[in-house]
Ligand binder design. Structure first.
Ligand code: ZN
Length: 169
């Protein structure tokens, strides 16, 4: 089922998400919906708070490997991050129309549970490392705009308000 993606300004995007206590049918349905919603929106990642659900569940598919499919992670955490950083342009399905260069660690290790409840450890670099960090941020109520300099953030927010006014008009 495709769910409605919450947009910047919706308070659910600022609330820290709760850990998943048990991976039941409800959680598995959420995972399936997140994957479907992400593909429909042509995104590379989606976190449960973005569809209004305050649980620590993310999906990513950076399409870096053909046919690898979506990666669904329950209770993911960044276990390790490289000192070396990358600066890459980033966007967010909850902030459409805004893209800015964000500096993040180039490589991360993510520990999580898969949808079967099995522990997984993922060593990621490139776009995958970036998408995983962006989505885990969502679980803490953090948006990529928060990782910009004060000036860049102010400019991005001005652009966002202008885009919203244009939509409303
Ligand atoms: Zn996002």
């Amino acid at each position: 089922m495709i769910r409605e993606i919450r947009l910047f300004g919706d308070p659910v995007l600022r609330e820290p998400a709760e850990p998943v206590a048990a991976i039941d049918d409800r959680v598995r349905a959420l995972v399936a919906d997140l994957v479907e919603t992400m593909y429909e929106a042509d995104g590379v990642g989606l976190a449960a708070p973005q569809v209004g659900i305050g649980l620590r569940v993310i999906v990513v598919d950076t399409r870096e490997e053909e046919g690898s499919g979506a990666l669904a992670l329950i209770n993911p955490r960044i276990a390790d991050a490289s000192v070396e950083t990358d600066k890459v342009e980033e966007g967010c399905l909850s902030i459409p129309g805004i893209a800015e260069i964000v500096e993040r660690p180039a490589r991360v290790v993510v520990e999580a549970l898969d949808p079967d409840g099995e522990p997984v450890r993922i060593e990621a670099d490139g776009l995958s490392a970036r998408a995983l960090q962006h989505e885990v941020d969502h679980l803490d109520g953090v948006l990529f705009l928060d990782r910009l300099s004060a000036l860049k953030r102010k400019m991005a927010l001005q652009k966002w308000r202008k885009l919203q006014e244009e939509d409303a008009g």
